[in-house]
Design a protein around this ligand. Structure first.
Ligand code: SF4
Length: 497
């Protein structure tokens, strides 16, 4: 291995370049050969620190990043493996992590993942036993075991983050989750794709304000009309191409030669801006045919690096469309508004009811807590727990929360919304990157529960509590049992915490 990604990225003097490769659906053939050719040329070029390999992108089956990555890794180029929570439960994930450690591939991009796509016989069953924060924590814990077994370096775990959210609620949700990813052990961040320079700046300002200094890389994409259109239509979760940029790209590509030139120029300009803003590197995507385009982008970046500030204006055309953390007054008056009166009633009344009930019956500091515990013990010992569950817990929770009886209730962490019924990815630690203007990536007619949670908390002046604590994974051994009794007997995830 000539270049070690983790060492290069952790040296603040470096500006690191990585490439994203997207395996196809076949185990061999032209697509796979092309990707290996790009990796081979990247290695020969010497300016690329690693390639990252996607994990069933779009939720659709493709050649495993572990096997393709290993073939590339053996040729001497470092590899970042994308690791999602969609296809494996915690047992499979831990096993996969051990396998990667054994293979020596320990650069992991920990992701919640896109929702399930289609495989043999139809849509796959989405697993989402973990979210990306829990996955990061698991890898961190595995590191202790690896060290104790004599492994000198353990996993080098990174996370994705989308600064390109337009609503106040989504922006806060993304940043709170970022805090948790860093707390859980993320060493580097790769942004999702966007073209608003003020949003790129916002992320750096946020980290400065928190005195956090993770290595942050930004995604830069070689956009063609097809990719730009798909991203404009929200068909790539977390990636954002606005109408203005799409129209420019369509015009440029009327002449494909000119279009290609503009794509390279745009990627190079964004690259030097990001370097100027203090990003530690760029992660180049959209390379499907050959390495030549990457070489041209990097050559052009060398030529224009000193004049990066001259290009800022070009990447402000997407700015001002929504909410900005440090400059809320630039928010577009046409951006999605706050809750209306109807929403206030349907959102805030159940929230107030559940919050008050929680404080009365499920607060460990409550004076009556020992009484509840004693009652729970008796119910449990006499096998009468089902009475509480059937006659009280189920009717209330199914009516107010569409409760799925997971037995390990997490509603108190999400402003009294249920992650099992309310979030298709069952996220317990914050929003995934896929929402658009507050709407869910998977069910676009439903609001993201983290957006609802933010609004509920904000309404009571408790917005700072959004996704505050690390929430451990759901305990499946409690499935279909009474979460109330489990809480009082200290069986659920809260005891572990
Ligand atoms: S988190 Fe579990 S127990 Fe709580 S409401 Fe949802 S399904 Fe029911």
């Amino acid at each position: 291995m000539l270049r070690i990604f983790s060492e290069e990225l952790m040296n603040p003097k470096n500006f690191v370049v990585t490439l994203e490769l997207v395996p196809g659906r076949e185990s061999r053939g032209r697509d796979t050969d092309t990707l290996k050719g790009i990796a081979r040329d990247a290695f020969a070029d010497g300016r690329v620190s690693a390639v990252s390999i996607t994990d069933n992108p779009g939720g659709n089956p493709s050649l495993s990043p572990d096997v393709l990555g290993y073939e590339i890794f053996k040729t001497g180029l470092d590899v970042i493996v994308h690791f999602t929570c969609r296809d494996l439960n915690r047992v499979g994930m831990e096993s996969r992590a051990l396998q990667l450690a054994r293979m020596g591939m320990k650069n992991i991009l920990a992701l919640t993942g896109d929702y399930s796509g289609k495989g043999f016989g139809g849509q796959g069953k989405p697993v989402f036993d973990f979210d990306s924060v829990i996955l990061t924590a698991m890898l961190q814990q595995l590191n202790h075991r690896l060290y104790s077994q004599g492994d000198p370096d353990g996993f080098f775990t990174g996370s994705a983050m989308s600064p390109f959210k337009n609503t106040e609620a989504e922006t806060h949700a993304q940043y709170r989750k970022l805090d948790k990813k860093l707390m859980a052990g993320s060493s580097f961040i790769i942004t999702q794709l966007g073209y608003d320079v003020e949003k790129f700046r916002e992320l750096m300002t946020y980290l400065d304000s928190k005195r956090e200094d993770p290595a942050v890389m930004a995604s830069v994409y070689v956009l063609n009309p097809g990719a730009a259109r798909i991203m404009n239509q929200c068909r790539v979760p977390g990636a954002y191409v606005g109408d203005g940029l799409l129209n420019r790209i369509l015009k440029e590509w009327k002449n494909p030669g000119e279009g290609r030139k503009h794509s390279i120029e745009r990627a190079a300009k964004l690259g030097v801006i990001l370097k100027g803003l203090g990003y530690r590197g760029i992660h180049i995507g959209g390379i499907h045919k050959n390495f030549e385009t990457v070489g041209s982008i990097l050559d052009r970046m060398d030529e224009i690096e000193d004049s990066w500030e001259d290009y800022l204006e070009e990447f402000r055309t997407e700015s001002g469309r929504g909410f900005y953390l440090f400059n809320p007054q630039v928010a577009d008056p046409g951006a999605p508004a706050g809750p209306g009166i109807r929403e206030r009633i349907t959102e805030h009344l159940p929230h107030a009811f559940l919050r008050t009930s929680h404080n009365l019956f499920f607060e460990k500091k409550n004076k009556l807590a020992p009484v509840y515990k004693k009652a729970a013990k008796i119910m449990d010992r006499t096998g009468k727990g089902w009475v509480v569950k059937r006659l009280l817990e189920d009717p209330i929770k199914k009516t107010l929360l569409s409760c799925q009886s997971c037995g390990d209730c997490a509603i108190q962490h999400i402003a009294f919304l249920c992650p099992e019924s309310g979030c298709p990815k069952h996220t317990r630690n914050g929003a995934c990157g896929g929402s658009r203007d507050g709407w869910c990536e998977v069910n676009p007619d439903k609001k993201c529960i983290w957006v609802r949670a933010y609004k509920r908390l904000d309404h009571c002046g408790l917005a700072q509590n959004l996704a505050k604590d690390f929430v451990p994974p759901r305990m499946w051994e409690l499935n279909k049992t009474s979460s109330w009794i489990n809480f009082h007997l200290g069986r659920d995830h809260q005891k572990k915490k």
